[in-house]
Ligand binder design. Structure first.
Ligand code: PGA
Length: 324
């Protein structure tokens, strides 16, 4: 359901976004939410069911969970985990496997029962995969569903390995990786040609069933895909846009990943601005590009019709602004 935006400044944003100064602060806050869930469940003698992600993004979250275990006695005895995805084919003991990643970043350092850890199996024969995927879905359901699903986002807009073209009701399945995803993974594999072409991933439908979905993104490299995911039309071309349909989603961003959002990139469209030289220059260049006109040809009407009336009024006539 589209969210009603009460704040004018965020009116282009179709899902809740929380922005932190840097990835570290954001990661601590996500780890704290996970820890709180685990403790609440402990008090009720229940399991906490976590959907986990790999990649660079969640590493500091896992590091903080490890610290909370070692220094503050947080126990993971009541935690059941399901990872989003795994390359296919992939041996669990390979350096690039998500089994290795999860062990090194989290599981080897906490007191979780390894029987409670679930990661899609990259060693299956092709014909075994459909039954495995169905069983993965059933297993999640049988323990009461995911309490929290952690997500990163790929530059293709993928969540898990649900690449462009994925259906909103997709379940756990074998998929083919996007070329950009394989390029982004090339460094880990010593060249793109070594990156598997396939993966087993939870579906968008699987992710959607989680009671709480937290998508994290850091870094300016993610700014453009974050803008599309948060402000763009819902489309299978950017699978993360499906999250706009969830009532239980939150995007946790650092300032760099948020920098493409309208309120930061073109703030004059959503609020009154303090027109510094830098902002004025940015806005005028933006307007010239948008209208495909030379700067000196931009008129009063151009300013007024494109959300720059405040600038024209405060510092006009616009001819002088253009010259400047
Ligand atoms: P990253 O990957 O955390 O390494 O940026 C995210 C993703 O591809 O989902």
């Amino acid at each position: 359901m589209a969210r009603l935006n009460l704040l004018e400044e965020t009116r282009f944003e179709k899902l809740p976004v929380t922005i932190f100064k840097n990835p570290k602060e954001a990661s601590l806050s996500v780890a704290q939410r996970i820890a709180t869930l685990i403790k609440e469940k402990q008090q009720q003698n229940l399991n906490a069911v976590l959907g986990l992600a790999t990649g660079a993004t969640p590493i500091a979250v896992y590091a903080e969970l490890v610290r909370l275990h070692k220094e503050e006695g947080l126990s993971f005895k009541n935690v059941i985990t399901f990872n989003l995805d795994e390359y296919y084919p992939m041996q669990p003991n390979a350096a690039q496997s998500y089994v290795t990643f999860m062990n090194e970043n989290l599981f080897n350092h906490i007191d979780i029962d390894k029987n409670n850890v679930h990661i899609p199996d990259g060693t299956l024969n092709l014909e075994e995969i459909p039954a495995f995927c169905l069983a993965y879905e059933r297993k999640i359901e049988s323990v009461g569903g995911l309490d929290i699903q952690i997500l990163g986002i790929g530059r293709t807009g993928h969540i898990g390995f649900n690449e462009p073209g994925s259906a909103p009701n997709s379940g756990t399945r074998l998929v083919t990786l996007d070329d950009l995803t394989r390029r982004d993974a090339a460094r880990d594999f010593g060249g793109k040609s070594n990156v598997p072409t396939k993966a087993i991933t939870m579906g968008i439908g699987t992710i959607f069933k989680a009671k709480e979905i937290i998508l994290m993104a850091w870094n300016r490299k993610k700014a453009s895909i974050i803008k599309k995911a948060v402000e763009g039309e819902i489309s299978s071309e950017v699978p993360a846009t499906y999250l706009q349909l969830s009532d239980n989603v939150e995007f946790i961003l650092d300032q760099d990943a948020a920098s493409g959002l309208t309120r930061f990139n073109t703030p004059w469209l959503v609020k009154d601005c303090v027109w510094t030289e830098e902002l004025t220059r940015k806005a005028v260049i933006w307007l010239a590009n948008k209208l495909n006109k030379p700067i000196l040809k931009l008129t009063e009407d151009d300013f007024n019709n494109n959300g720059m009336a405040q600038l024209a009024t405060e510092q006009g006539p616009v001819y002088n602004i253009n010259i400047h």
